[in-house]
Write a protein that binds this ligand. Structure first.
Ligand code: EPU
Length: 292
């Protein structure tokens, strides 16, 4: 039977996770493992499976809140370039899950391929974006997906095609442990025209969201037909501060953190927000971010 000792070269013990997340809070990972290529990743996963060690996969850390106690077991990060290759073949783009979504967008745009520019400004990796079907008012990533290659918690690899996948608002049916890569089908268009659309979107985002602050983007999903930001704004919570975490003055669905913030500050803000919105509007806000 293999053991985690076999992966000493790529393993760090008690590795603080805060620097890897956008909120910059929370504790350490018991084992932080950065496989160099997909085969090595599969080996690590099989080892953890055999030894019943819990695993989590970290993407760009833009939608994760790590608790102050940290995470027991293994946190996997697909940082190597083997996980972030992007290749264009006519109107199909293949991307490793570890690539930054912003890189996938800019490469597609420079090749004159339209579609993904509607996702401009969304942080994180392609894998993370697929997992939660990242998007905004003008579209989400799922609508462009042709296939997704995944690794299961037993280390088995397979590819699911478009008709075996379901995407909905901030939901994807991809529930395997790790996403390895995906292909996207895009539309040919004039690169200048695509860039113009992208700029417009970016200006709108900058005007309405606290993009220069430490945050995980929207904290809550929009309840059907409603806006979480408006609800939180209307209960008067904008600017509420607990410790070093604050409900953004600019957009009420964003929590921003400053130096010295604790994960617990953010969790208490989340609780207060949910309680207040439930009390005043009878709406149970559901988290968009993942809590580890
Ligand atoms: N609003 C307020 N007060 C606020 C914030 C918003 O009244 O503090 C109002 C706005 O004036 C607007 C409405 O709420 O009338 C909707 O706001 P916005 O246009 O900012 O969109 P959103 O629904 O809050 C969604 C996504 C964002 C995405 C934007 C733009 C969710 C939870 N959020 O925000 O995604 O960037 O649309 O496409 O679906 C994210 O998921 O992390 C995220 C930032």
């Amino acid at each position: 039977m293999s053991s985690l000792d076999d992966f000493r070269e790529i393993t760090q013990r008690d590795k603080p996770l805060a620097p890897y997340t956008w909120l910059k809070v929370g504790g350490a990972a018991e084992y932080f493992i950065e496989p160099r290529h997909p085969d090595e990743l599969a080996h690590v996963i099989r080892c953890c499976h055999e030894n019943q060690i819990p695993m989590r996969v970290l993407g760009g850390g833009s939608n994760v809140l790590v608790r102050d106690d940290g995470v027991s077991g293994v946190v996997l990060r697909m940082a190597g370039e083997e996980f972030s290759k992007i290749a264009v073949d006519e109107t199909t783009v293949r991307s490793g899950a570890g690539a930054l979504l912003s890189n996938l967008i800019s490469q597609s745009v420079s090749e004159g391929l339209a579609g993904l520019e509607s996702l401009a400004g969304i942080p994180g990796t392609v894998g993370g974006a697929l997992r939660g079907n990242a998007g905004g008012r003008s579209g989400d990533i799922g609508q462009f997906v042709k296939s997704v290659t995944v690794l299961t918690a037993k280390g088995e690899q397979f590819t699911r095609s478009e008709d075996e996948l379901a995407f909905a608002y901030r939901f994807s049916s991809i529930n395997e442990l790790a996403i390895l890569e995906a292909t996207f089908e895009l539309q040919p268009d004039d690169p200048d025209e695509i860039t113009r659309r992208m700029r417009k979107l970016w200006i709108m985002k900058k005007a309405t969201q606290p993009l220069t602050f430490q945050s995980a983007g929207c904290m809550f999903k929009n309840p059907r037909g409603m806006s979480a930001g408006t609800l939180i704004d209307q209960v008067g919570l904008k600017g509420t501060r607990i410790g070093e975490a604050e409900i953004s003055d600019r957009h009420a669905n964003f929590v921003v953190t400053t130096e010295g913030a604790k994960s617990d500050d953010v969790l208490r803000l989340i609780d207060r927000t949910r309680a207040k919105v439930a009390e005043q509007f009878g709406v149970d806000l559901k988290l968009e971010i993942e809590i580890w």
